[in-house]
Design a protein around this ligand. Structure first.
Ligand code: SF4
Length: 369
């Protein structure tokens, strides 16, 4: 039976970061309770499903207080059957939890925390308008360790304006000194809808971004981390299983505003409007805003393109057997052009992105669709 990953979106944050294009809103405390009630109603539609991973993301789920977190976990445990080894992740931000909250998370079965640090340098934390400083970021990791979390991911950004190689090195060294099991390193990007995008903010050149990527990658690999996805590194056996399920074309169910699901070759998505999401569910309707049925070739392409994110690569022949369809010649020709250009490589029908390809993977994928 296919493993099902459960994603739950909590769209509230302490403040809105200028680079963010996610569906998230600056703390709207008056919406917290109606939103959780709507989530509860949505979960009932899928009651009884067995899930092997849970990922509570956002937004910043840890803006919820103790009572609301307890309610959130009761929604999960009442409606879903978690496999005994289930990985349960929650995203957190250093300004939103203390030891008591961390212990509640642990007691409710959370076994992985993904902490959005972004930088340990106060200058860049201010630039990114993150609501904490270096000391609080370090304390947050310490609190998670006191609460006995063994699987901690730290998110870090690089390629920030004015940031030089020494400052990036300093940030990665600090991350490594904290002995966490997983690291996600993202180059700053400008996403449509973000404050930076509206202000026509300019990024560093792609060559400079690429050299910084090599720098952070080499530092992490040198310390025993495995680079398993474009932006993700882990110590042995600490890969994020929930995200691996996405990248390997597995099925997942998303609950919450703007959440996406992929099940039985169908892609489904919820409304992006918070008020509409809550009203629909409150009136007894699902909050689905759209659905796309992928034909076998669509499913093959989806799995192939998303699989290119993984350093293990993606086996095209295997996908053709699974989906009972052959990749059209014109797409195959394009893939071989990318190989000649040094963006992809091919070993025994297994295709992988090179480092050069990883830097522009979204563009390569859009040219393959
Ligand atoms: S980047 Fe994260 S913390 Fe910042 S506004 Fe977006 S979801 Fe919230």
């Amino acid at each position: 039976m296919n493993k099902l990953g459960l994603y739950i979106h909590i769209p509230f944050c302490k403040s809105k970061c200028p680079y963010c294009s996610f569906i998230s809103f600056k703390e709207k405390e008056e919406s917290f309770d109606p939103y959780l009630v709507a989530l509860q109603k949505e979960a009932i539609y899928f009651k009884g499903r067995e899930v092997s991973t849970v990922y509570i993301g956002g937004g910043t789920p840890t803006v919820l207080d103790k009572k609301r977190l307890e309610f959130l976990f009761s929604i999960i445990h009442v409606n879903f059957s978690l496999s005994p080894e289930a990985e349960v992740t929650i995203e957190a931000n250093p300004a939103t939890f203390d030891l008591a909250k961390a212990e509640i998370l642990r007691d409710y079965g959370v076994n992985r925390v993904s902490l959005g640090i972004q930088s340990f340098n106060n200058k860049y934390l201010e630039f990114l308008k993150r609501p904490y400083n270096r000391i609080q970021a370090l304390e947050a990791v310490d609190i998670l360790k006191q609460a006995n979390f063994k699987n901690i991911n730290l998110d870090l950004m690089y390629g920030l304006p004015g940031q030089d190689a020494c400052e990036i090195e300093e940030d990665v060294k600090t991350l490594l000194s904290l002995s966490c099991s997983h690291a996600s390193l993202y180059a700053l990007s400008i996403e449509a809808g973000s404050e930076f995008y509206k202000n026509n903010f300019r990024l560093l050149s792609s060559d400079l971004q690429a050299s910084y990527f090599e720098l952070v990658k080499d530092m992490l690999i040198h310390e025993g981390f495995c680079h398993y996805e474009v932006s993700n590194f882990s110590l042995n056996n600490f890969e994020c299983r929930h995200n691996l399920n996405y990248w390997r074309g597995g099925t997942y169910l998303g609950l919450g505003v703007a959440a996406h699901s992929y099940m039985e070759g169908r892609r489904l998505w919820n409304t992006e409007r918070l008020d509409v999401y809550m009203n629909l569910l409150c009136q007894g309707f699902p909050a689905q805003a759209g659905e796309e049925h992928l034909d076998p070739l669509g499913q093959l392409m989806e799995s192939f393109l998303i699989g290119l994110r993984l350093t293990e690569g993606v086996d095209l022949k295997k996908l053709e057997v699974i989906h009972q369809v052959k990749l059209p010649e014109e797409k195959e020709r394009r893939i071989f052009e990318f190989i000649r250009g040094g963006f992809l490589q091919n070993e025994n029908s297994c295709f992988k992105a090179t480092v050069k390809g990883m830097m522009i993977l979204d563009e390569l994928c859009s040219r393959l669709i």
